[in-house]
Design a protein around this ligand. Structure first.
Ligand SMILES: Nc1nc2c([nH]c(=O)n2[C@@H]2O[C@H](COP(=O)(O)OP(=O)(O)OP(=O)(O)O)[C@@H](O)[C@H]2O)c(=O)[nH]1
Length: 153
């Protein structure tokens, strides 16, 4: 039987105004001290030079976990041992309507290498954003707030 997705609402294949949804797997890679990895978008992509959580678009038939493992290996040379689905956020950009599947990653092998020539940086935990990672993609900003809200007070 063919699985159909609703055309509206959570998990819909198109936005409320009919734009196709681009599904994106995004890694929130967290070290034991709470610092997390941000990367700068390379030249040639929309929003080049903006900082983001590393990740990329799902290819046809891929799961979020698979796309995430593939993207993080391609972009940063990391071998993801386990990822945990965390939050989903939709954002309407002029170039695309995206559905971002943020996944937490505590378990990986290797050290990040900017394989596409991109800069990356471990960012300290807490809500204050390091000026070194400005500008941030609009849809990466709430993630930093979610992480800060989970810190013990
Ligand atoms: N990786 C990532 N993408 C994000 C974040 N926030 C956000 O809005 N996006 C959006 O999600 C989309 C990701 O697409 P991408 O261009 O990075 O994907 P990709 O690596 O597969 O690109 P390509 O294969 O077209 O070169 C972009 O529209 C980007 O603006 C984020 O924190 N991380």
């Amino acid at each position: 039987m063919t699985e159909t997705r609703p055309t509206r609402g959570e998990g819909a294949a198109s936005s409320a105004d009919g734009r196709p949804v681009t599904e994106v797997a995004v890694g929130v890679i967290i070290r034991p001290d709470g610092s997390f990895l941000l990367a700068q978008r390379p030249a040639g992509k929309p929003y080049a030079g903006y900082w983001e959580f590393p990740g990329g678009k799902l290819e046809t038939g891929e799961t979020v976990a698979h796309a995430l493992a593939r993207e993080l290996e391609e972009e940063l040379g990391l071998d993801i041992v386990a990822s945990e689905a965390w939050r989903v956020l939709e954002h309407d950009y002029p170039h695309a309507y995206v559905r971002l599947h943020f996944c937490k990653i505590h378990n990986w092998r290797g050290e990040p290498v900017g394989r596409e020539g991109q800069a990356f940086r471990w960012h300290a935990p807490g809500g204050a954003i390091d000026p070194a990672v400005q500008p941030l993609l609009p849809a990466a900003l709430p993630v930093i707030e979610w992480l800060a809200a989970e810190l013990p007070r």
